[in-house]
Design a protein around this ligand. Structure first.
Ligand SMILES: Cc1cc2nc3c(=O)[nH]c(=O)nc-3n(C[C@H](O)[C@H](O)[C@H](O)COP(=O)(O)OP(=O)(O)OC[C@H]3O[C@@H](n4cnc5c(N)ncnc54)[C@H](O)[C@@H]3O)c2cc1C
Length: 268
């Protein structure tokens, strides 16, 4: 098969020796990328890897997220688990929202999600990654000695941001009236576990309309990587996000778009 041009929606035909499809993905459609490139590729017999939102906020049905919405955490570690196997682990910033979690760590973690119908996902947040469990236990012990007469929530004032303190007390299961000097060793150990492994269920990806990129697209097996020419139709080329190639934030997706377009241009 050979591609000899394009036909516009008005029916007008444009003849060309080479046709480049660089229509982007299907995320952030306000930028004009609404998935037309996928339909054009399919017309030429190409296979699509299912396009899904990536670099996107994550939806959690955990009510605690909503209770802490607006809370941004810095210098925490987020570990993403797929069926209890860690598949992503990084330190940085994240944010609780009314629907789940967002922020740079969450966006990066989202690009590691697989088929959410086949796997279960959850995240664990280490709120004090610089401290070992033992060091955190000692720190808590020192804090509780200083704040001896404060009730449980007040005893957390040096450890956690204010909007997280009541949520932590509820998850801890301790009687909120317990004074810091009454908190047992066992309860302190439970607190350490909660602070090192704050669990958030991950129930869905955020929507395509707000995803930074689309993961999936035209299968790269069907495109010559040197020229970006289709292996299904001579004269047809692909570049950029329409292809099944994606990466982290940091300019890598723009780099993919520039490099694939340059490979096409080099061979004209
Ligand atoms: C909010 C936001 C922030 C981002 N930040 C970063 C970042 O920091 N670093 C990074 O690397 N990447 C970032 N990206 C991703 C990056 O912008 C894209 O990966 C990159 O622009 C893809 O380039 P592209 O040329 O393939 O597609 P696009 O840039 O999407 O361009 C496709 C063009 O094709 C046009 N088009 C679509 N269909 C048709 C049609 N039928 N007819 C005519 N024209 C059509 C569209 O209007 C659009 O102008 C960001 C994306 C978003 C949305």
């Amino acid at each position: 098969m050979r591609c000899i041009g394009v036909r516009g929606t008005s029916g007008r035909e444009y003849r060309a020796d080479a046709v480049l499809v660089a229509t982007g993905g299907v995320s952030y459609p306000t930028t004009g990328s609404t998935g037309d490139g996928y339909r054009l590729a399919q017309q030429a017999g190409h296979t699509l890897v299912e396009p899904v939102p990536s670099l996107v906020s994550l939806v959690s049905h955990d009510a605690d997220c909503k209770k802490m919405m607006g809370l941004a955490l810095k210098n925490v570690t987020l570990t993403l688990f797929e069926d209890d196997k860690a598949i992503f682990d990084e330190q940085g910033e994240m944010l609780f929202t009314h629907f789940g979690i967002s922020g740079p760590l969450t966006l990066s973690a989202s690009s590691h999600l697989g088929d959410m119908k086949k796997h279960r996902y959850h995240a664990e947040i280490d709120l004090k990654p610089a401290l070992s469990e033992e060091q955190l236990y000692d720190r808590i012990t020192r804090d509780f000695a200083l704040l001896a007469n404060h009730a449980a929530q007040g005893a957390l004032v040096k450890l956690l941001p204010s909007s997280m303190q009541p949520v932590m007390v509820a998850r801890w299961g301790i009687d909120p009236a317990t004074r810091a000097n009454q908190i047992t060793r066992e309860q302190k150990r439970e607190l350490v576990q909660l602070m090192k492994h704050w669990r958030v269920s991950i129930d869905a990806r955020g929507d395509l309309a707000h995803a930074v990129i689309t993961s999936g697209g035209v299968s790269v097996r069907e495109v010559d990587p040197k020229t970006m020419q289709s292996k299904k139709a001579l004269g047809l080329y692909f570049a950029g996000e329409v292809l099944d190639v994606d990466a982290y934030t940091g300019g890598y997706n723009l780099q993919i778009a520039f490099c694939t377009a340059q490979s096409f241009a080099n061979n004209l």
